[in-house]
Ligand binder design. Structure first.
Ligand code: NAD
Ligand code: UFG
Length: 333
């Protein structure tokens, strides 16, 4: 089977390309390298022992996509390409809607033209907004609080309409919780630009001495120790969930919407302690005010993924921390 992986040079896409190739799929990567490096493709090649087929281009470029679909007979598309910084989406909404919504529309239009109707989409648990119930089931209402989340919810809506209009489509909408970690080889991982917004890369930079301390945002939440609770999932587990979803849609037409999380919440301080234990490095911290927009506790109900995909996350918090730390050391050198 030949799979087009958009955004395959990025953090999650690169890990997906590795697992796809190791599982025997043929892969073509399309990426504009706006948030990634060509070197990642060489490193994927080193992990899998085979060169990665790569096209440098943009998912919004319809003529480029048309040429690509003329050149290759794709069986399915995994669509990771997009912009993902929540804060940036608030200040640059048009850029986010253009990339995430218009990009997806262009891709779907070309797929439809070439009768390629298997599609795996990177959505986010952010579409649940501030959920009323945790663990969060897929039936939770959609409510977004920023343009990034809205762009994911819009594409989900487009995919539902598409599936209703033409039952030949086979679509998986995967809602990720908090992906962390890196490939255990130390060859690929996340390239965070500038000051990291996310907890795990920030902790890793503090442990490495690049930053003085972690600011823990809020210590008066209604959680085990007052700090925010999230569902951290190892990126390799996450992408294995994509392979299961690809197999599932190969067997069933229609649309599948599924959480990809562990079902287990960890607080900021629990993550920090786990990181110290797993790596032997101290992570100094200070308790500061809450970060606007954050919720206290947020983790997946993973039961549906297990039921329909036979998938559940297996990698421990220790592996998440050790793999993040290994990658952090690679980034420094
Ligand atoms: P990333 O930025 O590391 O990877 C995205 C890749 O897409 C990059 O290589 C970038 O260069 C490429 N890209 C962006 N716009 C493009 C375009 N118009 N045309 C072609 N290539 C383009 O991000 P990631 O963390 O790997 O996220 C992948 C997907 O998963 C995104 O859609 C993101 O919204 C979604 N997601 C990520 C998280 C997370 O915490 N990382 C959580 C939920 C959902
Ligand atoms: N946190 C800190 N200090 C930091 C960074 C984070 O205390 O320096 C805390 C946050 O307050 C939160 C937890 O660590 O309690 C996790 O924060 P992240 O920024 O790592 O992750 P979020 O859950 O806020 O957001 C992530 C992605 C979003 C996505 C969302 C929902 O960044 O894109 O998960 O899945 F929308």
């Amino acid at each position: 089977m030949l799979i087009l992986v958009t955004g395959g040079a990025g953090y999650i896409g690169s890990h997906a390309v590795v697992e796809l190739m190791l599982a025997g799929y043929d892969v073509v990567v399309l990426d504009n390298l706006s948030n990634s490096h060509g070197e990642t493709l060489q490193n994927i090649g080193r992990i899998v022992g085979q060169e990665v087929v790569f096209t440098h281009g943009d998912v919004r470029d319809e003529s480029l996509l048309t040429a690509l679909f003329e050149q290759y007979s794709f069986d399915a598309v995994m669509h990771f390409a997009g912009l993902k910084a929540v804060g940036e989406s608030v200040s640059q909404p048009l850029r986010y809607y253009e990339n995430n919504v218009a990009g997806s529309l262009t891709l779907l239009r070309v797929m439809d033209k070439f009768n390629v109707r298997q599609f795996v989409f990177s959505s986010s648990a952010t579409v649940y907004g501030n959920p009323a119930v945790v663990p969060v089931p897929e039936s939770s209402p959609i409510s977004t609080t920023n343009p990034y989340g809205a762009s994911k919810a819009m594409v989900e809506g487009i995919l539902r309409d598409l599936s209703h209009s033409d039952p030949e489509w086979r679509i998986a909408i995967l809602r990720y919780f908090n992906p962390v970690g890196a490939h255990p080889s130390g060859l690929i991982g996340e390239h965070a630009n500038g000051v990291p917004n996310n907890l795990m890369p920030y902790i890793a930079q503090v442990a490495a001495g690049q930053r003085e301390y972690l600011s823990v945002f809020g210590s008066d939440y209604a959680t085990v120790d007052g700090t925010g609770v999230r569902d951290y999932i190892h990126v390799v587990d996450l992408v294995i969930g994509h392979l299961r979803a690809l197999e599932f849609i190969g067997q069933s037409k229609g649309i599948l919407t599924c959480n990809l999380g562990t079902g287990q919440g960890y607080s900021v301080l629990q993550m920090l302690k786990a990181f110290e234990l797993a790596t032997g490095h101290k992570v100094p911290y200070r308790l500061v005010d809450r970060r606007p927009g954050d919720v206290d506790s947020y983790y997946a109900d993973p039961a549906y993924a297990e039921e329909v995909l036979g998938w559940r996350a297996e990698r421990s918090i220790v592996q998440m921390c050790q793999d993040s730390w290994r990658w952090q050391q690679v980034l420094i050198h």
